[in-house]
Design a protein around this ligand. Sequence first.
Ligand code: NDP
Ligand code: NHF
Length: 320
Amino acid sequence: MATMIRIATIGTSTITRSFIDAAASVPEVAVTTVFSRDAQRSAEFASETGVAGSSSDLDQLLASSDIDAVYIASPNGIHGAQTLEVIEAGKHVLVEKPAVPTAAEFGRLVDAASGAGVILLEAMRNCYDPALFELAELIPDLGVLRRASLAYCQRSARYDKVLAGERVNIFDPAMAGGALLDLGVYPIAAMVRLFGDPSRVFAASVSIPGGADGAGVALAVYDGFVVDLSYSKITASDRVNEIQGELGTLTFDHVAEPRSARLSLLDGTVTDHVFDGPRNNMVHEIRRFADLVDSLGDASPDHARTLATMRVVELIQAVG
Ligand SMILES: NC(=O)C1=CN([C@@H]2O[C@H](COP(=O)(O)OP(=O)(O)OC[C@H]3O[C@@H](n4cnc5c(N)ncnc54)[C@H](OP(=O)(O)O)[C@@H]3O)[C@@H](O)[C@H]2O)C=CC1
Ligand SMILES: O=C1CO[C@H](CO)[C@@H](O)[C@@H]1O
């Protein structure tokens, strides 16, 4: 029987709370310690989230034999160094999206994890949600694919701070912030998961005070098929995601957490699909992580998706 995977968390924002909630429904894991750079915050966060242990000394935490794995939810610009530290301490690591800002950097982490015999996984939650697999199963009904539109546009409350002249991690280029790296990665990851690597990319973006991209569009070109990608942290959108084939159209609600889809075929058939699942879809990535850790399994398909996503991100940055 597999032993319980004891996880420490890094970061004390909302997403770590969501992670702890989701982890509570995965029997193979237990969040046993929370880390904050601030001792009082780590103690308060542990008490608020019901986690037994807290720490503000990362070296000591990583040296502890009571921890098997670490979930990293620090700002994007910190992920790379912390992930390497965790790997070098011989612990498995689940790192929030985007794991690191470049494919080359992710490749180096993959090598380090392989050398240390630990699992490295990027927490790209939509790619582990069974709803994305169910969507993929509907695609053949569309016939030859010609167009798709994938989007994640959500106005961030933290944009108001930027407008007030404050520096905010998620909008700070020095922290690998901005709309592409924060939200654009979801439609890109879904795109490469569903359709593979595009051959060419066109893009344009909107800069905001501080120099980050607040919003952007990209066009990914495949053989006989194009995908438009939209992402924004400064505007909201009600539009649906859509995949168009010569025999019909598939629309779905949310690229990070698909919950419903409609398949409309040219022969008049219309079918609605509801994807049941936990409200918090981080559960699926945690299950995948637990399976990989438990079996010391092959994470190379997961790594390939992260690498393909980052290659598209870098192409967009190069032209947009
Ligand atoms: N999967 C999802 O749905 C979501 C994923 N995310 C991802 O989670 C990560 C965190 O995002 P977000 O919560 O916006 O980030 P924050 O800027 O709020 O920082 C997160 C935590 O990191 C620590 N931290 C802050 N600044 C620094 C710093 N300069 N150096 C080291 N640690 C720091 C803080 O913890 P403390 O001060 O206690 O150490 C803080 O609570 C990102 O990678 C983001 O992409 C975010 C939201 C949703
Ligand atoms: O991944 C994400 C999804 O949504 C959040 C906002 O609600 C983002 O800030 C975040 O980084």
